[in-house]
Design a protein around this ligand. Structure first.
Ligand code: SF4
Length: 265
């Protein structure tokens, strides 16, 4: 990416130019090594599940024949739109499955639709979505071409309250099926709620950043960073988010370079 273009994106994110002169601040600076890789859990933190909450069927993640992929995406979309597995169906406008190319290398996962997302049927729109787009563009990603964006919950919790464990338990199988269809090379969990539910931990976000986790049957690499809505409220942490994005990009580059080297040998 041209330095001037990257500078414009960083300014859009709110990264001050002085940051770029710090030791690790330049976008092309050496990336940190991939750290230890703890195994992650598919299931969210356990909690008593009310009798009214059912559980969506988990479709395992074998290689999907290409001719079936489109049909499975459509079935998933139809199921989410008609889902009544948890009480959130009663207060949402619509289920929000996700957006982006359906074979993207990158999968960004947030918490749940907000008011604007609920209204428009697309994740990460509005101010937080604009910031996310700027963050992604700064590392060469775009939801229209090479990144898919989804949430842990497909329906909006009233008043944007935190998702309840039983809601996550009911909804997470939809995300698992999305991942099986997408087969992303790397996942970026944005925000504490997404990270904790995907990793099955109650560790604070600060302890989950800066290392590579793995998710699911295929042990997809997963990196954690801040939610853009949090960054809008706490701009001082944008610099840390920028470090996370550079780290995620370095992980992806190492993964794809390793795959290319493997093919050549
Ligand atoms: S949040 Fe998930 S499980 Fe609950 S109604 Fe929406 S789609 Fe269904």
């Amino acid at each position: 990416m041209l330095p001037e273009r990257r500078r414009q994106y960083l300014e859009a994110i709110g990264i001050d130019l002085w940051v770029r002169r710090a030791r690790h601040s330049d976008a092309d600076a050496a990336m940190p090594p991939i750290a230890a890789t703890p195994t992650t859990a598919l299931t969210p933190p356990t909690a008593a599940t009310p009798p009214s909450v059912e559980r969506a069927a988990i479709v395992p993640a074998p290689a999907v024949p290409p001719e079936d992929v489109a049909a499975q995406w459509q079935r998933l979309l139809d199921e989410v739109r008609g889902c009544r597995l948890c009480p959130l169906h009663a207060t949402r406008t619509q289920g929000v499955l996700g957006v982006g190319p359906k074979r993207a290398d990158w999968l960004v996962i947030g918490e749940a639709p907000g008011a604007e997302e609920d209204r428009r049927g697309e994740p990460f729109v509005g101010a937080a979505g604009q910031l996310l787009d700027a963050m992604l563009r700064a590392i060469g990603l775009d939801r229209r071409t090479n990144v898919y964006i989804a949430n842990v919950l497909k329906s909006r919790p009233p008043n944007n309250r935190d998702p309840r464990p039983e809601e996550v338990e009911a909804c997470l199988p939809y995300l698992v099926r999305q991942i099986a269809l997408l087969q992303p090379k790397i996942m970026l969990a944005v925000g504490r709620i997404a990270a904790q539910n995907l990793l099955g931990t109650d560790a604070p976000l600060g302890r989950l950043r800066g290392r590579v986790h793995h998710f699911g049957e295929h042990q997809t690499p997963l990196v954690v960073t801040y939610h853009p809505a949090y960054l809008l409220r706490t701009p001082a942490d944008k610099r840390k988010a920028w470090e996370d994005l550079k780290f995620a990009r370095s992980v992806y580059q190492q993964l794809t370079q390793g795959a290319a080297d493997g093919h050549r040998s």
